[in-house]
Design a protein around this ligand. Structure first.
Ligand SMILES: [Zn+2]
Ligand SMILES: [Zn+2]
Length: 353
């Protein structure tokens, strides 16, 4: 019954052709934004175009989903909806039913030091569509723009809470990327501290500014790395990308704070994000992904504004984080950014969809 499989001929052919394409030896590149080394080791993988996701990004469609329109009573309290007070809402911003931090606690005393703090903060959920089967990349650019405007509006409410130091906006798409609900949503966590990756990023940006008098994101290297651009933004694979097919969407204009984005730019950004999500979906077989908005602390000092510049990082989840990365903070990326950018540039996605 069980036949031994005729092995390796096909496999050998594939790997020999890939070796001929990827003769680049490993290389280390220093990422200037987080000030860390990344190892590029293309010998570890097949051709960039063979790099497809194996895990389904949307494994658990649920029938009785609290995020669907009509099930609002199953959710934690609403903060606002768009349009406001409309039963036929398009977007809802609600409290997380299982928050990482508690809004019920007292604001921590300002200037508190030491290594322990009450877990005060806000953990909100942005339901991006009332319809269960619709994903973010299915929305029109104007509708994605409205999601961005909803983020900015919520952050503007949190700016008034002086003890909130930083707001992280992020999206987990697919179970392998950490999503526990398949209904399209993103999250925002407002923290009473500045998280370590943010401090590291600010520190490197300040060093670059002190040495050159320039903002390192305004000066970012784009040659061979650009994927596309719009009126106010461009997208690229960063020179020292930590992850294969990682994409950044960067404002062309200098801006420290994401929450200052206006409606016109939000729609433009919506169009470019839609295109990038469609590109990774087509090229990488609808992979699980995360996106993160990297912005500046809410109440930073004036001088920070000159060298901090917000951007969006999109990370398709194609390789796991393993012992070496955990131990060293040094990522191994099997795809050179130039190769990833070329593949992503060449995937055609129509404007509409
Ligand atoms: Zn749903
Ligand atoms: Zn800048």
């Amino acid at each position: 019954m069980r036949k031994s499989k005729p092995t390796t001929h096909k496999h050998r052919t594939m790997s020999s052709s890939s070796t001929s394409e990827n003769q680049n030896p490993p290389q280390l590149r220093k990422d200037p934004i987080w000030n860390r080394w990344v190892i590029f080791s293309p010998a570890r993988s097949k051709r960039p175009s063979d790099f497809k996701s194996k895990s389904s990004s949307n494994p658990n469609p649920t029938t009785n989903c609290p995020f669907c329109i009509g099930n609002e009573h199953q959710c934690a309290p609403e903060i606002f909806r768009v349009p406001s007070e409309d039963p036929n809402w398009k977007i809802r911003v609600i409290q997380n039913l299982f928050p990482a931090l508690s809004r019920e606690l007292d604001d921590p005393v300002d200037g508190a030091s030491g290594s322990v703090l009450d877990g005060f903060g806000f953990h909100d959920v942005v339901i991006e569509t009332p319809v269960h089967s619709v994903q973010l990349c299915d929305l029109e650019r104007e509708e994605i723009g409205e999601v961005f405007v909803a983020y900015t509006r919520r952050i503007q409410q949190l700016v008034d809470r002086h003890s909130i130091k930083y707001v992280q906006v992020f999206k987990n798409h697919g179970a392998a990327a950490g999503a526990s609900m398949s209904h399209s949503h993103s999250q925002m966590i407002a923290l009473p501290v500045i998280p370590p990756s943010v401090s590291a990023r600010l520190g490197s940006m300040k060093d670059f500014f002190d040495q050159t008098g320039k903002c390192c994101i305004c000066e970012i290297q784009r040659e061979n790395l650009l994927i596309d651009s719009s009126t106010y933004f461009f997208s690229l694979v960063p020179y020292a990308a930590s992850f294969p097919f990682e994409i950044w969407i960067v404002p062309r204009y200098h801006s420290a704070h994401f929450h200052e984005l206006d409606a016109e730019k939000a729609i433009d950004l919506g169009g470019l994000l839609k295109q990038m999500l469609n590109k990774i979906s087509l090229q990488l077989n609808d992979p699980p992904f995360n996106f993160m908005i990297h912005t500046s602390p809410l109440h930073g000092n004036e001088s920070e504004l000159a060298y901090t510049h917000w951007f969006i990082q999109i990370v398709p989840q194609l390789v796991g984080t393993a012992g070496f990365e955990l131990a060293t903070g040094c990522y191994i990326n099997p795809v050179f950014p130039e190769d990833a950018a070329k593949v992503l540039r060449e995937v055609n996605v129509s404007e509409s969809g």
